[in-house]
Design a protein around this ligand. Structure first.
Ligand code: GDP
Ligand code: ZN
Length: 290
């Protein structure tokens, strides 16, 4: 008998699927190459009372993944929002935030930056300043102290499937534990089911906030490779570049050394932030774009 369920945990080729009666079943995908991600809706059948095989993946609203030149790794499926956790300390990597924002732009999903540890008031102005260029572009930034109270994040999560990303040390686990009491226990239970041998966050995990609101916690994203993006997609995902795209003298302008480059003109006129432009050139260089 074919069943329908949602993948609530993913670890390598092992998955936990939540069935309509809310029971959870460890599953393997059919075939060698797995393209199942946490958050996917799947059809499956039981091969034994406590194991299943995933037969098919339903069409997705979105798919987030990272890649380098060798392989790609799925982060989450069907999210409609990325919540990026930054903090007053340790120092966060701006490029990582930019990469997460690009991923959101390419999948046409919303994004929200959480600036955590706002209780560290002496460090707050500097962290704020580092995010100022993004704030000016219209990206939402919510300051909070996960340690004290994460409640201000709740309204932003309502009705969404949000994927939480951030480099380690930003307070992502603290935030998850505040929002989902029992998250630690649930993670341990899933680790046992997955038999991953070690708990903590080596796998992506979907939590229910309420019937319509879900949170996908993904392993710390130290790297968020975007090698799968072509040049045009990368340019488009810098939202403030859009008015100038297609206006350079050369159609295949790399916006680097070419004469009559509309983007560099906009930069010189102060219409594009220098830090953002530098990020773009770095990413374009790293992505070995066609
Ligand atoms: P993760 O690696 O992103 O999951 O980060 P953790 O949740 O493990 O937090 C990293 C460190 O930051 C821990 O020592 C936390 O106690 C601390 N931390 C988390 N949230 C806050 C906060 O709001 N304020 C302060 N001052 N420290 C925090
Ligand atoms: Zn150009």
């Amino acid at each position: 008998m074919m069943l329908r369920g949602r993948v609530v945990a993913a670890h390598g080729r092992q998955y936990v699927v939540e069935l309509p009666d809310t029971t959870r079943l460890p599953c393997f995908p059919r075939g060698k190459k797995s393209e199942v991600a946490c958050g996917d809706w799947v059809s499956l059948h039981k091969t034994s009372p406590d194991q299943g095989v995933i037969e098919a993946i339903e069409p997705r609203r979105s798919l987030l993944y990272r890649s380098n030149e060798f392989r790609q790794k799925l982060i989450a499926a069907n999210a409609d929002q990325i919540v990026i956790v930054a903090a007053c300390e340790p120092v966060f990597f701006e490029d990582l935030i930019t990469r997460a924002l690009i991923a959101a732009e390419t999948q046409d999903i919303a994004s929200l930056i959480v600036l955590n540890k706002s209780d560290l008031t002496t460090l707050l102005p500097a962290a704020r300043a580092r995010l100022a260029a993004l704030a000016r572009l219209g990206y939402d930034i919510l300051e909070l102290s996960a340690q004290n109270d994460a409640a201000s994040l709740r309204p932003a999560l309502q009705g969404h499937t949000s994927v939480l990303v951030g480099q380690s040390g930003m307070g992502k686990s603290t935030l998850v534990n505040q929002l989902i009491p029992g998250a630690g226990a649930a993670t341990r239970e899933i680790s046992t089911a997955l038999d991953s041998g070690k708990h903590t966050t080596t796998h992506a995990c979907l939590y229910h906030l309420d019937a319509e609101s879900h949170l996908i916690d993904s392993p710390g994203l130290q790297e968020f490779g975007l090698a799968h993006l072509d040049r045009q997609t990368l340019e488009q995902s810098f939202r403030e570049f859009r008015p100038w795209l297609g206006q350079c003298r050369f159609r295949n302008c790399r916006h680097d050394q070419e004469p009559d480059c509309a983007l560099r003109d906009a930069l010189a006129a102060g219409k594009i932030d220098a830090g953002r432009f530098a990020s773009f050139l770095r990413l374009a260089g790293q992505a070995s774009l066609s």
